[in-house]
Design a protein around this ligand. Sequence first.
Ligand code: SAH
Length: 599
Amino acid sequence: MRQARALALVVAAAIASPAGAQQYFGQNQVQFDKFQWKVIETPHFTVHYYPEERDGIMDAARMAERSYARLSRMLKHEFREKKPLIIYRSRGDFGQNNVTGDLGEGVGGVTEALRHRVLLPFTGDYKSFEHVLAHELVHAFQYDIFARGRAGNGLQTLAQVDPPLWFAEGMAEYLSLGPNHILTQSWVRDAALNGSLPTIKQMTERPDLFFPYRYGEALWEYIGGRWGDDVIGEIMNSAPNVGIDRAFKRELGLSLEELEEFVALRGEPSYRGRQLFQWIYARGCRQFEEMTDLPAALRAILVEEASIGALTCLDKQVSSDGTRKYLFGCADGRKIETVLIPDEGRLTACLSIQVGCALACAFCLTGMMGFVRHLHAGEIVDQVLALREELSPGERIGNLVLMGMGEPLHNYDATVKALVILLHPLGLAYPPRRVTLSTVGLVPEIKRLAASGLDVNLAVSLHAATDELRDRLVPINRRYPLKELMAALRGYPLHPRRRITFEYTLMEGVNDRLEDARELARLVRGLRCKVNLLPLNEAPAIPFRRPSRHRVDAFQQSLKSAGIFATIRESRGWDISAACGMLAINDRQKSLDTAACLA
Ligand code: SAH
């Protein structure tokens, strides 16, 4: 109830009161119709200002862009439209503006839920102004995330999710002031000394008693300090999709050790963690209530504090060759694709590792969509758990290939964590020989993987046997040229009965000449390996052509006669864009600057 009223107030202040306030205050209002606003445009704002203030406003505009850059990175969100930033000359003008109506003395700035306009006066010292500006910009981000990038949208979601004041204002304070804010620290210290530190429930229900700016800021500071500021962006982006409670429960993909620690911290013996691990990963149980051999009290805690399942299945397409492509939604609304390929009585699951990809290979559609974000280990593992729910009786996922969207070794920690869970004998128990990790060739991470002892199969996307050509097709080759890559592979502790797979996408007139085959044979000679030839999957955005069958066969023949084991991989699921390099989702998943992501 409280929450509902608090929100109503915010919205009402933004959209309902101007007329009433104007009538009441009548003569005191600044006469805006005689006033000439000037506007300057910056990359993300249209800054409205009084012409006499121009010099100072240029500083304000720079401050706004500086805050934007920081907040955009932290909250993992970018504006699609410029936001109006309306800057008044004085606190008096601002207080009597004809947008929000009369404002109390304590209000430093306002951001409208509906139109996403940010209003504030240009007063005080720069430090205080920058704090208010950054605080309001956090609100602009919050509203924009709820509105999915379109001012005017998302009000219904906002009303439904009904973020408590400590959530919205506390976050705005923490992200504008940073940690170690002396005022907030004093509040928390006093509350701790007096035994009056509020619970989250009290903060939510009684913002009048427990000032949400200070206590909310302290809570966000704790979250940022404990789990890293990045999770604040994750929680914020999840909130419109799954609500506040669920947004705080991260799908971590907990390992056995972490589950043991989780139960131990709640006073339970560690074997309960093992039971949980088996329930979740071996039996595929999705509800804590069904874990009947756990004590009821522990189940109740789990229901309250945790959740199983990071993904929601949004769509499924079936190819004429039996390949199935699933579209999964993550908690933060990002989408990924996972492919199930029938193969001689078994199914192979092709897992995604990132939303998008930063490597920008010249012929890959995922590369063209750019990098959006890494998946968590839980989101990687959950693709297998969620797929199992979709299987018909008698079907089994026998092989896993990390060949979907993204580059596994660019998301090294989550990939390794997911693999440990997927291989664990108490869980899904995949034998390492049935799991293949495919990489574009990130040399330092190949060495780390070698040292990890994980022992899964390794596939390397080669596509060219000379640096000159590979630099063009696989840009990361400029950082890790073939010499370094091949040296790392020669040092890879390969299982005695296995080979490294080289993937080689054949493109007409680019890398499919017999000379290329001979060059390739020379490059890989002496390595226990096989070459998997993939005739290019064509798409309008891909500037290359698939060679004729005849040329593909001739290429294979040339490798064979040089003593290199080579297969041709028939493309699967082409008609539903499930084939290699064709997984790409473009709706509103704006990519970040790819170069910056890899730096
Ligand atoms: N990033 C990893 C995992 C992706 S695997 C890697 O590069 O290995 C996807 C495979 O499909 C890679 O070998 C990739 O080079 C290949 N591929 C990408 N686009 C393709 C296309 N249009 N046609 C055929 N294969 C393609």
